[in-house]
Design a protein around this ligand. Structure first.
Ligand SMILES: [Zn+2]
Length: 174
């Protein structure tokens, strides 16, 4: 009995029933771009610069999931030299990452994330961002958490030159 128990324990370790991932992303803020965060189009005089829609939050979430799967990073899966990803909605990239997650037999346990932006105020947009992410990943909104903070006027985020996002994810084997 003990032997069987140990064997199961070892198999669980080998097949990693739960895995953790972490993601980080930064984009520059410029005039003449829409500000997309968590798939929400946020009214603001500037937007994030990038090859895709530059949704810094979704990129951090994608990277966290890819990290948990030991699948490298977003740049490897969606190269910024590929014209088919030009101005693409990052919700589509997240949907592709979600497909890979399912293909590998995993499901999301929970996601926690933080956006660092001096302006605009993001609190009222967070429920829509949570809904977009939950819908795209096919999970409950209670599994997704998004926080927004300023950086007290310090650094590139504090001076409004850019925004950053962090995300961590726990995935579990189906
Ligand atoms: Zn990015």
């Amino acid at each position: 009995m003990r032997k069987i128990l140990n064997l199961n324990l070892n198999l669980n370790l080998v097949f990693n029933t739960m895995r953790i991932g972490f993601g980080y992303d930064v984009h520059r803020l410029v005039k003449g771009r829409r500000l997309m965060l968590g798939g929400v189009d946020i009214p603001f005089p500037k937007g994030l610069l990038g090859h895709s829609d530059a949704d810094v939050l979704l990129h951090a979430v994608c990277d966290a999931i890819l990290g948990a799967l030991a699948e490298g990073d977003i740049g490897r899966h969606f190269p910024n030299t590929d014209p088919k990803y030009k101005n693409i909605s990052s919700l589509k990239l997240l949907a592709k990452v979600s497909g890979l997650l399912k293909q590998k037999g995993y499901t999301i346990s929970n996601i926690d994330s933080t956006i660092i932006a001096q302006k605009p105020r993001l609190a009222e947009h967070i429920p829509s961002m949570v809904e977009n992410i939950a819908k795209t990943l096919g999970c409950n909104t209670l599994q997704i958490n998004i926080k927004a903070t300023t950086s007290e006027g310090l650094g590139f985020a504090g001076t409004g030159k850019g925004m950053a996002a962090y995300a961590s994810v726990l995935i579990k084997k189906k």
